[in-house]
Design a protein around this ligand. Structure first.
Ligand code: SF4
Length: 272
């Protein structure tokens, strides 16, 4: 069984994923990281969600396709990789839009090989080059090496970034990095590592961090990013030799962008 918390169109992904009609997101419950600052805390840590079968999951993908989604965007899917291998093989018979793998970046090459050819666009996070921060903030051991190898494997599987006539990504890789307060050297290490894999790879440099109640008293995480910090991170992007990227307005750092995980909506979609 799968456990999911939300199925719906999402308009706040990168423009080449959201387009005009929205990205068709399916949020999976549980996450293989435990970030203290997580903005989707109730599903990633709390496990909120509804159990669904493979048939029901495929129905959700078809539902999103019928709504006009540009793609099927699997959010935090890594815990379900083995099950998704089977579901995606079946879904490919009816779902004709690109499948996006929107993950924490903390996954094994072995698991990623299981979904080779089934995922069209990889959208991993690359959160840390500093393993001390990775442990302190996300309880992830050896995050840097694991994520670097995972992203290199994603790029091996999808070496070309392909867009349709409307600018919607059909295949490729976009690496997301959330710039954290007081952690610019961590950002520099991440950007340099991405450049070592492929300088042409798209990078989404995210400045939208805002403190959730869980970190309101944290010595470093209790504030938003400053404009100077984000500007410095942008300079680091170019210093690393990267060429393709997305940046963000800092005033987009707001809770409005956090989706509502209302299970009644999900039950209505599934007639449960
Ligand atoms: S990887 Fe993302 S979804 Fe998972 S716990 Fe961290 S911030 Fe939350």
């Amino acid at each position: 069984m799968f456990k999911i918390a939300r199925v719906g169109l999402h308009h706040f992904e990168e423009p080449c994923l959201s387009g005009k009609r929205g990205s068709g997101t399916i949020f999976f419950s549980g996450c293989n990281l435990r970030c203290v600052f997580c903005q989707n805390f109730e599903i990633s840590h709390g496990g909120k969600g509804l159990e669904v079968s493979e048939d029901e999951l495929i129905y959700c993908m078809e539902y999103l396709q019928d709504l006009g989604a540009h793609n099927i965007n699997l959010v935090t899917p890594s815990n379900y990789t083995v099950l998704l291998e089977s579901a995606l093989k079946r879904a490919k018979q009816t779902v004709k839009f690109p499948v996006v793998w929107n993950s924490s970046g903390y996954e094994t090459v072995q698991n990623l090989k299981k979904i080779e050819g089934l995922v069209d666009v990889y959208l991993p996070d690359f959160k840390y080059s500093d393993d001390v921060l990775a442990w302190e903030y996300s309880h992830a051991k050896g995050y840097y090496e694991v994520a670097k190898k995972a992203i290199a494997e994603m790029r091996r599987q999808r070496p070309n970034d392909v867009f349709d006539n409307d600018g919607i990504m059909q295949e490729g890789v976009i690496v997301r990095h959330l710039v954290l307060p007081d952690a610019l050297e961590n950002t520099r290490g991440v950007l340099n590592a991405i450049a070592e894999i492929d300088k042409d790879m798209f990078v989404s440099l995210m400045g939208q961090y805002f403190p959730t109640p869980a970190v309101k008293d944290h010595i470093k995480l209790s504030r938003r990013l400053t404009a100077e910090e984000y500007e410095e991170a942008t300079d680091m992007f170019f210093e690393a030799g990267l060429k393709n990227g997305f940046s963000q307005e800092l005033d987009s750092a707001t809770e409005e962008y956090v989706p509502d995980f209302d299970l009644d909506l999900l039950k209505n979609i599934l007639n449960k």
